[in-house]
Write a protein that binds this ligand. Structure first.
Ligand code: G3P
Length: 225
């Protein structure tokens, strides 16, 4: 399962890339709003940092399919033809996906709250579909199960579409989906940090250091003994 960062703060993105095996960046209009800057200025910085071949997912905001397509062209023009165009899986969004798929665009179906949305987006040509795991949980349903079901439905249909699960609030949600073999998860920085918060491991490393220093002297490592 690929791990992407769901964020638009370039400093947060750089920090996460430095430490974690992250392969791309996703964002949505709400995430862009948090930057308080012109979205294209922000996104161009991100594109420059992750490189021309890096996975970048950017959402359209138009309401009508034809306008979504025009918006997608502008995103591709500014940020690269390979940029994944995030399209909400609503009626107009499905139409836009079919039109953009016919052009060979990279499409990510987003705002997915149930299995049928994910399935339809796959059938309409999306390369990725993004169920909102935690938001589904908050509605009283099982977000992890919805993501797993969509994964299965896409595989049963023989589609290449992968699930890129989104909207996580804890490590357990991510772990469950990694175990199931999902294609990708896009995760906010605080939840990414939580993936490696293992107190027992930190304590074990402290004990190893103490023992080594008792044997070889304070501050020494395998480098200088
Ligand atoms: O892009 C979808 C995802 O960012 C939603 O996450 O945390 O707002 O539920 P969240």
């Amino acid at each position: 399962m690929k791990i992407l960062i769901d964020n638009a703060d370039i400093q947060e993105i750089k920090k996460a890339y430095e430490y974690f095996p992250i392969t791309g960046v996703t964002c949505n209009p709400t995430i862009l709003k948090r930057t308080g800057r012109n979205p294209y200025d922000v996104l161009k910085e991100i594109r420059e940092f992750i490189g021309a071949d890096g996975d970048l997912h950017v959402q359209v905001v138009s309401a009508k399919a034809e306008d979504m397509v025009v918006e997608a062209h502008k995103i591709q023009e500014v940020l690269g033809k390979n940029t994944y165009i995030k399209i909400p899986v609503v009626r107009e969004g499905l139409k836009a996906m079919k039109l953009l798929h016919a052009e060979g665009a990279n499409i990510t179906g987003t705002a997915i709250y149930n299995q049928m949305q994910g399935y339809l987006a796959g059938m309409a040509g999306a390369a990725y579909v993004a169920p909102y795991v935690n938001r589904i949980d908050n509605l009283g349903y099982n977000g992890v199960q919805v993501a797993k079901d969509i994964h299965d439905m896409l595989k049963h249909a023989g589609l290449k579409t992968e699930v890129i699960a989104a909207s996580f609030k804890n490590s357990q949600q991510v772990l469950e989906l990694a175990k199931y073999g999902l294609g990708a998860s896009t995760i906010a920085p605080d939840v990414i940090e939580g993936l490696i918060k293992v107190d027992a491991a930190v304590l074990a490393v402290d004990a190893f250091t103490r023992d080594f220093e008792e044997l070889c002297g304070e501050g020494n490592t395998m480098l200088n003994i």
